[in-house]
Ligand binder design. Structure first.
Ligand code: ELM
Length: 283
């Protein structure tokens, strides 16, 4: 049966595009597990809430202060990068990605992270109390860390955000967003045939859509026997915060009868969906 998701990470993702010495933009978004709860577009001064529970248990006053910290950060980040580019002779255009967040672990502990990537590759991260360059970072990664580590005030603020604010904020959202995070949405499933894999062969396709949360188990069976040739696609998102999966089996035309597609999902309890293949499915 599907593996349960134990962890509920809060993740901030930032994409900063620097086209040349005058054009740049920074967009940010944040997710609670697979639900986007915040957006922070380049042209907006403020972080936008996408969910009724986005503010967690923070007061308006606490949120206002936090937002001010982020506003200072975004302005400073842009100015920093422009200075680094001059100092380290980095060429335009380039993209910087920042990811940061935290997650509760068993035993009332939590884990936080902050990583920075340049052109899609890790360059540095914040570890404990200081900036550390990634193992295969360009040589200027080390130089950037040395410069960043001289700013004691920022190191303290980053520690505070990562190890104090983030876990506290996350605990609040887990309370206010509880019902949505624990929502159970049942899948629909249907069968069809895909493009024929060859003469006398059939591609049986089982599509499962609309389920939440993500863990799901789908396989082709003959009676109680799982068919080892079952090919799982990726679990891909629908537009409505549910998931979709396509699972196929390549068989000879004669083997198709008696096969079934079986779906297990937490929303179904013990009532697995079982769909039997019959000739009406072969188009
Ligand atoms: C403190 O991201 O340097 C809050 C920081 O100016 C919060 C961060 C967490 C956000 C080079 C070239 C090309 C490509 C890549 C590179 C590598 C360099 C990449 C650098 C990215 C940062 N650095 C990593 C921090 C950027 C801003 C800071 C700093 C800014 C303002 O700091 C001044 C003083 O220097 C400081 O001592 C203190 O007095 C502060 C008070 O306001 O003012 N620091 C901050 O804004 C994500 C968190 C998600 C949970």
């Amino acid at each position: 049966s599907p593996a349960p998701q134990r962890h509920l990470p809060l993740r901030y993702l930032q994409i900063s595009s620097f086209a040349n010495s005058s054009w740049m933009r920074t967009d940010g978004l944040a997710w609670l597990r697979d639900l986007q709860a915040y957006t922070w577009r380049n042209d907006s001064d403020t972080i936008c809430f996408l969910k009724p529970w986005s503010q967690g248990t923070f007061s308006d006053q606490q949120w206002k202060q936090l937002q001010q910290t982020f506003q200072v950060y975004r302005r400073s980040f842009t100015r920093d990068i422009r200075e680094f580019v001059k100092m380290l002779h980095v060429d335009y255009p380039f993209e910087i990605q920042v990811s940061a967040g935290c997650e509760e672990l068993p035993g009332n502990t939590s884990e936080s992270f902050l990583r920075v990537a340049f052109q899609g590759r890790d360059v540095l991260s914040f570890q404990g109390t200081s900036w550390v360059s990634a193992p295969d970072a360009p040589p200027w990664g080390q130089m950037a860390c040395t410069v960043l580590n001289q700013d004691q005030g920022t190191r303290e603020t980053v520690q505070w955000l990562l190890h104090d604010i983030c876990p506290r904020f996350l605990r609040g959202i887990l309370e206010t967003g509880k019902s949505e995070l624990e929502k159970q949405v049942k899948p629909e499933a249907w069968l069809s045939s895909g493009p024929s894999p060859g003469p006398g062969r059939l591609l049986l396709v089982c599509r499962v859509s609309g389920f939440y949360p993500k863990p799901v188990w789908v396989t082709w069976m003959r009676g109680e026997r799982e068919q080892s040739g079952t090919q799982q696609g990726d679990i891909v998102p629908n537009a409505d915060e549910t998931w979709y999966l396509r699972v196929t089996l390549d068989v000879t035309a004669g083997e198709a009868t008696g096969l079934s597609c079986r779906v297990k999902h937490s929303s179904l309890g013990d009532q697995d969906i079982i769909l039997y293949w019959d000739r009406s499915h072969a188009s």
